[in-house]
Design a protein. Structure first.
Length: 178
């Protein structure tokens, strides 16, 4: 999956703040608990389980920038870096709503064909995928963010998008099944 910088220890503990809201929102019926790295924000992940014994992973959310994925993609990557890693533009949903900032399709680019053992959704069955969530950087002008917001799709190479200083805020791998 993701490779991690060789910093910090590997202490894990239950994190009730990262429980089932995301699962319910995405239609999951049950959540068997989560574990998250409880260290500096730049090393945080959340692991969701699909079984009571916590042996079968259902999903992994990458929340910290120290985790590095295919082609160097990480939380904090700019949309230009994400597009470069993919090798071509891609659509995403407008910012500022429930499903805002989700990459919709890699359009046959490199990030859509990464093999599962190398960190991505590539040749995974349909119930397995990688979602990337985007948002404007805190330094982005409010007017530019508004121009890339709303319940509509945008292309990563749209000039409005560049002005909004969009970055990766979360990467989630879903492994499907129960």
């Amino acid at each position: 999956m993701f490779q991690r910088d060789r910093t910090g220890s590997h202490s894990y503990e239950e994190d009730p703040a990262l429980t089932s809201e995301a699962h319910w929102r995405r239609g999951r019926e049950r959540d068997h608990g989560n574990r998250a790295v409880r260290q500096a924000a730049d090393r945080k992940i959340r692991i969701g389980w699909s079984d009571q014994a916590k042996k079968k992973v259902s999903d992994v959310e990458i929340l910290g920038s120290k985790w590095v994925g295919p082609a160097g993609v990480h939380v904090g990557s700019t949309i230009a870096e994400l597009e470069k890693a993919n090798g071509k533009p891609f659509p995403f949903s407008g910012l500022g709503w429930d499903y805002g900032g989700l990459v919709k399709d890699w359009r046959g680019g490199a990030l859509g064909t990464v093999k599962p053992t190398h960190g991505g959704p590539g040749n995974m069955p349909p119930d397995r995928r990688m979602d990337v969530e985007l948002a404007s950087a805190p330094s982005a002008p409010e007017v530019a963010t508004a121009a890339a917001s709303g319940e509509q799709d945008f292309q990563s190479d749209d000039p409005k998008v560049a002005a909004a200083h969009i970055i990766v805020t979360k990467i989630t791998f879903y492994y499907g099944g129960d």
